[in-house]
Design a binder for this molecule. Structure first.
Ligand code: SIN
Ligand code: MN
Length: 206
């Protein structure tokens, strides 16, 4: 399968997961969300809610709230239970695309309804930036934007479709990135409009 370097360190893998694989993964995610329900994170200090809803898979999960800010923790903020395990296909995604010798520790699951977006930000709550960030898109297409280490650096935009994977590492590990918009009704994978993004990360140094 072909992959495309969008910027130094940013690699796009169109159609990484085929339709049958996407359907199996959505069924796995549905079961995971029953055990670890989607929650609405809030911004540190202001308490403003995110427009995406989230949950996590794996040993560690990324959470945010007004009181304690951005962090990783081993348990769901509402149920207190450990996060569900990552399905094997996500381990394969990490093994094939990260080039990192140790497994991913966290998989953030973001659910975007048709109006949700994600402002430009850096992924920098991890203890190590040695491993790339690996992400997989499911459901409706979305416009992803990525630039450089400084918020004002020029950016490139790409429309991510269901099954597409993207990695950013090396000099792009701390690149600002976000989702400008979702294109509702562009995929038949999910029973309703919206998009799921799975973001795999290494959190601690191996
Ligand atoms: C994120 O950066 O947390 C999500 C990116 C995406 O939805 O593709
Ligand atoms: Mn991010």
């Amino acid at each position: 399968m072909s992959s495309i370097m969008l910027l130094p360190g940013v690699v796009y893998h169109p159609g990484w997961l085929d339709r049958a694989g996407q359907e199996t993964l959505v069924a796995d995610l549905r079961a995971a969300v029953r055990a670890a329900p989607l929650f609405t994170p809030t911004m540190p200090r202001t308490g403003k809610p995110f427009s995406v809803r989230m949950t996590n898979l794996g040993r560690l999960g990324w959470v945010s709230d007004k009181e304690r800010g951005y962090r990783y923790q081993g348990t769901h903020p509402e149920t207190g239970a450990p996060w569900p395990p990552m399905p094997a296909v996500l381990e394969r995604l990490w093994n094939e695309l990260s080039g990192f010798p140790a497994p991913a520790e966290a998989c953030l699951v973001n659910f975007y309804d048709p109006k949700a977006r994600m402002g430009l930000h850096q992924d920098r709550d991890e203890e190590t930036f040695e491993a790339p960030v690996v992400s997989l898109s499911l459901g409706d297409a979305a416009l992803f934007r990525i630039g450089g280490r400084n918020r004002k650096d020029p950016t490139r935009s790409i429309r991510l479709e269901s099954g597409d994977a993207l990695t950013f590492g090396g000099e792009a590990r701390l690149a600002f990135h976000g989702i400008d918009r979702v294109y509702p009704g562009t995929s038949t994978l999910l029973p309703q409009e919206g998009r799921i993004n799975l973001t795999l990360r290494r959190v601690t140094a191996p």
